[in-house]
Ligand binder design. Structure first.
Ligand code: DCP
Ligand code: MG
Length: 386
C-alpha cells in the first residue's frame, strides 16, 4: 500500500470504504467474539441486528489495542458503537470474553445451523428449515439429500446446456448436493500457490479457444488471505473495442471446454444468461458467471483436492468495476454501493457504474479510476478486509 493513500483514510468514517481494514488488526480477539454474535444473528435471520454487529466489527480495526484508557475518549467517537456494543467491549477488556458469545458457543442449535451453512447453497433460511425437520448434523443432511460422501455424479454437460432455463429451487438443490458430497474437500482451504496455479491453468486453456484474454484473481486471495475457501477469477479481454463481443457467450463455451478437458468436474450454477437470477442473497450482478468444481491436472500419483472455482466474465468497459466488486470484502462492497448512492448519486455494482439522474455509464480504465469516479481515496486491496 502506498503510504500517501493510507494517511488519507480516516478511522472514524461511517463508510468502511473510507477506512483502512487490514487482514489482521490489534483487536482480533474482540472481533472474533463479536463475529460469533453476528453469525448467530445471521443464522436466526435477524438481519438488522446482524448488520449492527457487522458494522461494530468493521470499525474495530481501530489503529491501536482498545483499552480502558482509550475506551471513553477515543472509541466512543467511532461510529456504530452504541451503548450496548460499548458495554460488550468493556466486558471484553475486563474479562477477555463476552458472556453472550460464550452462550452462543454452547448452544446446540447454533452449532447445527452453523455447520449447515458451511454447505454452499444452504443459507440461514434453509438451515432453519432443515433444523425444524429434526436434522442436526451434516451426516443427517447426507441421508436427507441422499448423498454419498466423496461421490457426486452429475450430468455436467446437461447442466451447462440447461443454463438459464432452470428454476431457482433446482439450482439450489443441485448446489447443495454437490457441496455436501464434496464437503471434505471443500473444507480444506486453498494455499496461495495453488490459487495461482489454478489461474495459470485456467488462462492457458482459455487462450486455446479465445486469444487475448486477461484475468485477475479476486476475492479473499486478492485481499491477502493466506488461505482461501474458493477461487474467484474475473476474466476480460485486452482489446477495448472488440473485447465486449468476444466476452459475450464465452462463459458457457469455456466451461464446456474445461469440462471436456477434465478440469471442471461439476457445475453448480451458470448465470447471467437471463435477467432473472437465482441466489439473489448474493447481490448477483448481470455478468456472465460460472460457479464450478475444479480439479487441477495431476500425474496420477496423488489424488487432487476438488476446489470451488468461480469464473466471472466482464467486458473491458466493466472489468475494473467487476474486479473491485468481487475483491470485496462483502462489507467493503456494501459500503461502496452505499457511499456511491448517498454521497455521489451514483449506482455502483460489479457490472458497472452509472449516474442516477441521467443513467450515464462510466467506463474506468484502471482500478484507481473506479475510486476517483466515486470521489474516494484509493484503498489498497489488502486494506479492504472490513
Ligand atoms: N461478494 C459480495 N457479496 C456477497 C458475496 C460475495 O460482495 N454476498 C463479493 C465480495 C467477496 C467476493 O464476492 O469478497 C468473493 O466472495 P467469496 O464468498 O468467495 O468470499 P471471499 O473470496 O472474500 O473469501 P473466501 O472465498 O476465502 O471465503
Ligand atoms: Mg472467494
Amino acid at each position: 500500500p502506498q503510504p500517501a493513500d493510507i494517511s488519507l483514510l480516516t478511522h472514524t468514517s461511517r463508510y468502511c470504504c473510507c477506512r483502512a481494514s487490514p487482514l489482521v488488526c490489534p483487536n482480533q480477539g474482540l472481533i472474533k467474539q463479536l463475529d460469533k454474535i453476528k453469525e448467530a444473528r445471521n443464522l436466526e435471520g435477524e438481519e438488522r441486528s446482524m448488520l449492527s454487529y457487522a458494522r461494530a466489527i468493521s470499525v474495530s480495526p481501530f489503529p491501536h489495542v482498545i483499552t480502558h484508557s482509550n475506551l471513553k475518549r477515543e472509541i466512543s467517537k467511532l461510529p456504530y458503537l452504541g451503548e450496548k456494543l460499548l458495554s460488550m467491549v468493556e466486558e471484553f477488556i475486563k474479562t477477555g470474553q463476552i458472556n453472550e458469545t460464550q452462550g452462543i458457543l454452547t448452544s446446540s442449535r447454533f452449532q447445527a445451523l452453523s455447520a449447515f451453512t458451511t454447505i454452499h447453497g444452504i443459507g440461514p433460511h434453509t438451515a432453519r428449515k432443515l433444523y425444524n425437520l429434526g436434522l442436526r448434523t451434516l451426516e443427517d443432511l447426507e441421508r436427507y439429500y441422499e448423498v454419498e460422501p466423496g461421490r457426486c455424479g452429475q450430468e455436467t454437460l446437461a447442466v451447462i446446456e440447461a443454463a438459464g432455463r432452470e428454476s431457482d429451487e433446482a439450482i439450489v438443490e443441485r448446489s447443495i448436493k454437490v457441496a455436501l458430497a464434496l464437503r471434505h474437500d471443500f473444507s480444506q482451504t486453498i494455499p496461495r500457490a495453488e490459487v495461482e496455479e489454478m489461474n495459470r491453468v485456467v488462462m492457458s486453456e482459455l487462450e486455446q479457444i479465445e486469444q487475448g484474454c486477461k484475468s485477475i484473481v479476486v476475492g479473499g486471495y486478492r485481499r491477502g488471505k493466506p488461505q482461501s475457501n474458493d477461487v474467484d477469477i474475473v476474466i476480460s479481454h485486452r482489446n477495448w473495442e472488440s473485447g465486449a463481443g468476444k466476452i459475450k457467450g464465452l462463459c458457457k463455451r469455456f466451461v464446456r471446454r474445461l469440462h471436456e478437458r477434465g478440469l471442471v468436474t461439476h457445475v453448480m450454477h451458470l448465470s447471467g444468461f437471463h435477467e432473472h437470477n437465482a441466489l439473489r442473497t448474493h447481490h448477483w450482478d448481470s455478468l456472465e458467471k460460472a460457479l464450478t468444481v475444479f480439479v487441477l491436472p495431476g500425474d496420477g500419483s496423488q489424488r487432487r483436492v476438488y476446489r470451488r472455482l468461480d469464473l466471472i466474465f466482464a467486458a473491458p468497459q466493466v472489468f475494473w468495476t467487476a474486479v473491485v466488486g468481487w475483491t470485496g470484502s462483502t462489507m467493503f462492497q456494501r459500503d461502496l454501493r452505499l457511499y456511491a448512492k448517498q454521497q455521489k448519486g451514483f449506482k455502483f455494482d460489479s457490472s458497472g457504474i452509472s449516474r442516477r439522474h441521467d443513467s450515464k455509464l462510466f467506463f474506468p480504465k484502471t482500478e484507481r479510476e473506479v475510486f476517483e469516479l466515486l470521489g474516494l481515496v484509493y484503498v489498497h486491496p489488502t486494506l479492504r478486509n472490513a
